[in-house]
Ligand binder design. Sequence first.
Ligand code: SAH
Length: 272
Amino acid sequence: MDSQSAKPPVAKGRVYLVGAGPGDPELLTVKAQRLLAHSDVILHDDLVPPAILALAGPQAEVISVGKRFGAEGATQPEINARMIESARRGLEVIRLKGGDPGIFGRLAEEIDALEAAGVPFEVVPGITAGIAAAASLGVSLTDRRKAARVVVISNHQARAEQNAGGTDWRGLIRDDSTLVIYMPGHDFASLRDDLLAAGCAPDMPAAIVSRASAPDQRYRFAIVGELDKLPAMDSPAVLLIGRSLDRAHQRADSSAGAALALDEAELILSSL
Ligand code: SAH
C-alpha cells in the first residue's frame, strides 16, 4: 500500500487579489462577482462600497482591513498573515481592493508575502479610478492626434514626508502626455507651481474627478496655470491633465455658457 495515501489530504487554499473597480457595482468584472459569491473570506479596503460587499455569499466572512490615510486599520503584515493563515486552513480568500489591485494597491508586497509562504494566488484586474474618471468625462486618455502616452502617478503627501522631496515631475511633462494623478491632495497651488516649474504649459487642460462612477460623482475643470482655482473635492479624487481633455473643456465651457444664458433668461423673465 502506498504510504502517501495514509496522509490527510492537503488543504487547497488560495488567495485571489481582486480589483473591485471604482465603485459602481456594474463596473465589477464577472469574475470578481463570481468569486465574491463563492469565497470563504473577504478582506477588503474601505474604498470598496457596501453595494459590492453585498454580493458576498452568505458563507463569507467579510472583514474590513481598510487603512485610509490617518485612519486606524490593519497593518500590512497583519493583512498578509490573515491571508496566509486562512489559505492554509484550505479556505478561498479574496483580497478585495478598490480599482485595480496593481495600481497604488500594495499588490507587489502581498504577492511577495504569498510567494514566500508558498500560498497559491491569482490576480484579478479591475477598472482603475483614472480610467473610470476619463470615461465619466467622455475623454480618451490617448489620442493619436495629441496624446501619445499616459503617465499614472501618485502625488501622495507621504512622499514628501519620506524625504523623497515630493513628486519629481521632471521628464514626465510633455505636451503629448496625459497625466493621471492619484491622491492629488488639496494643495493645488503648490501642484500648479511644481508643474509649471517642470515645464508644463499654463494653458494645459486639467480636470479633477471626485468619486468617479459613484452616484455622487463630481468633476471640475481648470487649466494648469489656474489649478489653485479648483475647489477641494471629496475624497477619493483623481486629477487628469493633458491635451486629451481639450474636448471635455470645450463641452464644459459651452454648457457653462448655456447655464449663463439660462440665468440671463430667468433674469429677464423675472424683471418683466
Ligand atoms: N487601486 C486603486 C487606487 C488606490 S489609491 C485604483 O486602481 O483605482 C487611492 C486613490 O485612488 C485615491 O486617493 C484616489 O486618488 C483614487 N481613487 C480611487 N477610487 C476613486 C474614485 N472612485 N474616484 C476618483 N478617484 C479614486
